[in-house]
Design a protein around this ligand. Structure first.
Ligand code: UP5
Ligand code: MG
Length: 194
């Protein structure tokens, strides 16, 4: 019975500008999962006049990780809108605290399958973000914020990827290639999930 099926969740991780959002859009088109970017949910929450708005704004500009109490609630609410669907959770979990909170609060209601990890050199990601910064309007697409985002990524997010790697639950894809070439590998992975 479908009502007993828990929504499948795939975590999509990778450095800032590694192409998480770009590839998720393509997965959505072909495989019909729902894309939840944790960063986008936080930016929407910030713009909504939430009590957490000022904190989120400061943390995003400084490349810091917003406490899980905020992020996990946003993700949980978004998934509970339609638990019959399956979800790409993009840009989360970013540190051990995020992951512990997810395991504690979500394990009973979702089926967390694996991590799709986009591997790309920092220099390439920096160029992409500076290029996007000309038009993105994002407060963190400037060189000062980008450097802080990389530090957070290497010190806090990579250990989470390694944690899932030890459980053989990471599919790593080289995203330092044209978008469609990256997607060819992504497609093969999701075909096995179907
Ligand atoms: N581009 C993409 N793929 C390309 C390719 N193969 N070749 C050439 N160009 C490519 O792509 C970035 C740019 O690169 C675009 O211009 C694209 O056209 C081009 P995109 O797909 O947007 O990359 P993505 O990995 O999604 O980059 P993003 O900047 O969104 O990554 P971040 O992880 O930095 O941003 P996010 O929005 O996830 O988080 C922002 C902040 O929110 C965090 O720093 C943190 O402060 C906060 N946050 C939390 O606190 N907790 C969370 O759980 C999530 C976020
Ligand atoms: Mg993104």
């Amino acid at each position: 019975m479908n009502s007993l099926k828990k929504p499948i969740v795939v975590f999509v991780l990778g450095g800032p500008g590694s192409g998480k959002g770009t590839q998720c859009s393509k997965i959505v088109q072909e495989f019909g999962l729902v894309h939840l970017s944790a960063g986008d949910l936080l930016r929407t929450e910030m713009a909504s006049g939430s009590q957490y708005g000022d904190m989120i704004a400061t943390m995003i500009k400084n490349g810091e990780i917003v406490p899980s109490i905020v992020t996990v609630n946003l993700l949980k609410n978004a998934i509970m809108v339609d638990p019959s669907k399956n979800y790409l959770v993009d840009g989360f979990p970013r540190n051990e605290e995020n992951n512990n909170s997810w395991v504690e609060n979500m394990t009973s209601i979702v089926d967390t399958r694996f991590v799709l990890y986009f591997d790309c050199p920092d220099e390439v990601m920096t160029e992409r973000l500076l290029g996007r910064g000309a038009s993105s309007g994002r407060t963190d697409d400037n060189i000062e914020s980008i450097k802080k985002r990389f530090t957070t990524f290497h010190n806090q997010t990579k250990p989470v990827v390694e944690h899932y790697g030890k459980q053989s639950r990471v599919h790593s894809i080289n995203s330092n290639r044209p978008v469609d070439q990256v997607y060819d590998d992504v497609r093969k992975l999701f075909q096995t999930l179907a």
